[in-house]
Design a protein around this ligand. Sequence first.
Ligand code: KG4
Ligand code: ZN
Length: 350
Amino acid sequence: MALILGIESSCDETAAAVIDSNGTTLTARIVAQRIASQDEAHRPYGGVVPEIAARAHVEVLAPMIEAVLGDAGMSLGDMDAIAATAGPGLIGGVMVGLVTGKALAMAADKPLIAVNHLEGHALSPRLADPALHYPYLLLLVSGGHCQILEVAGVGQYRRLATTIDDALGEAFDKTAKILGLGYPGGPAVERMAREGDARAVRLPRPLVGSGEVHFSFAGLKSAVMRAKDAGVHADADIAASFQQAAIDCVIDRTRIALGAASAGMTALVVAGGVAANAALRGSLETLAGSHGLPLVAPPPKLCTDNAAMIGWAGAERFALGYVDALDVVARPRWPLDDNAAPVRGAGVKA
Ligand code: KG4
Ligand code: ZN
């Protein structure tokens, strides 16, 4: 048995959680968790402002950790390890969480585990579903990332696809901005899409049918902008048509990845903020079924950024004896697969 304190601060959510993991079977439960969203602080700017995010983490994180330990009825001394996100993300925020984790580890004489935020997303489905075994094919779709990876075990990732321009969540957020839906946009676009006709606006499906393995959403975003500017379509129809076009792209690329993946994948798994989208989950379920695989998706609350997934990744690492020294660095970029070849056009989202 291991009790892990998880800390997350890489973007615009400050979060802390206590995870109780059974060291042998690695079933776990979330003893307590808290999340403070900074949506209000960033809303006037239509996106996350790094400086505002970092300052908000400084303000909120320490009292939140105290509160979450209180919720759990535990103290720092009860923890077996401290797991903090060490990247990738907005470096100011990452440093706040990581340095807090180091200070707590030092003060309580506990091991520190520096967690890759993407590994948190990648392993989070195993927290929700203990029956999910390695290896699995993972579609990781969030605000900053859009990748398909083979997950063979903790720290064992092979990237099959990434985006050459925007991430999927970014495409949702930009569409929301074009439609005046505010930030964060994904949930608002999904809500509005339910009221619209997905066939009403003709939008491109970049690269669909080309056999290309990587994602591209920039052309779709430009087409959404032109559709809005034309002034002839209802916003709900634009939202529904965008969502369908984006999903068609994801399904096309995921189908290619299923064909290219190593033998023995136990499931198709979707994680990251956009995995909260019900329409996407529905289409992926059909695709997985046609390949004889189950679709595993964490509950929506575990899809968007949270500290339970960081505590869980920490628990998996701790069970294997992977701990980090106190001089571990914060990393703004930290790919899960170091061996993945660079992709033309792919910048910070690789
Ligand atoms: O994983 P996450 O919370 O943060 C990152 O690590 O990026 O993902 C946030 C992203 C945002 O782009 C947000 O608009 C998107 O996930 N998102 C959604 C939905 N819920 C969140 N996109 C589409 N439909 C949703 N229901
Ligand atoms: Zn995330």
